[in-house]
Design a protein around this ligand. Sequence first.
Ligand code: CP
Length: 303
Amino acid sequence: MNNSLVSITDYNKEDILSILDAARGFEKKPDRDTLKGKVVATLFYEPSTRTRLSFETAVVRLGGSVIGFSDSGTSSSTKGETLNDTIRMVSCYADAIVIRHPLDGAARYAAEISPIPVVNAGDGSNQHPSQTLLDLYSIRKTQGTLENLKICIVGDLKYGRTVHSLIEAMSYFKPEFKFVSPDELKIPEEYKIFCRKHNIPFTETAELNGSFNDADILYMTRVQKERFQDLMEYERVKNVYTLHNAMIKNTKPNLRILHPLPRVNEISMDVDKNKKAYYFQQAQNGLYVRQAILSKVLKTGDV
Ligand code: CP
């Protein structure tokens, strides 16, 4: 393969820790010229604020240049060009591709045909590995460790690609999970099988209140409207959980609340000022982690 990052399982524990260590260096010194002369293409077939802008900022702060599209409606895919042909063309212009696509497996397909590295910026409900690496960075930064943590994951566990990648990545660090979701959005069976195979204890509940009182990390997620076939079903579950400040009262002092963002209604704004709220800093950490990812895939020597 071509040094791509498609799934978090493409990285072993050592790879993950080397990214986190390098990201710490980028946090101290984000402005460098290690990507001078390099061109990174960002191909976003789905909307994004954080992932695209932080990848693009990462390139610019490392001295590289960005090409691409934030709306596939402005690309020749609207004329019927296939993903195969788009990837083949873009790889003639750029040194690496960052791609977000609504179809599970699209990033893997792109990586298989591309002669240059491909970074998956989210494919359908499958994987979001750069988000997971920034989640791990945020967890380690706030807890001082990744080992033996109790992690409560709330919301859309069925379609939430950030959840799926996070479960796989945490398997190196002896976590304990609590999965909180309505029946319609339960964690898919394959991830429960994964947990059992890796001796990861987990429980499932539909009740949010009190479920995170013993947790180190509360990982809230948005109900993924764009993945529902039946919008009536989305309407039934869209506001199933809202975290309010009063609900955080009896939690551990080290608890930190993460959310990959965007949020809709699942975290009330009265939580934002609570010192346990960490989601905006988490998004900021994405810049440093994505600088590390690009440095690794483009072999600058910093990771
Ligand atoms: N967390 C995340 O993927 O955010 P965006 O959809 O804004 O990129």
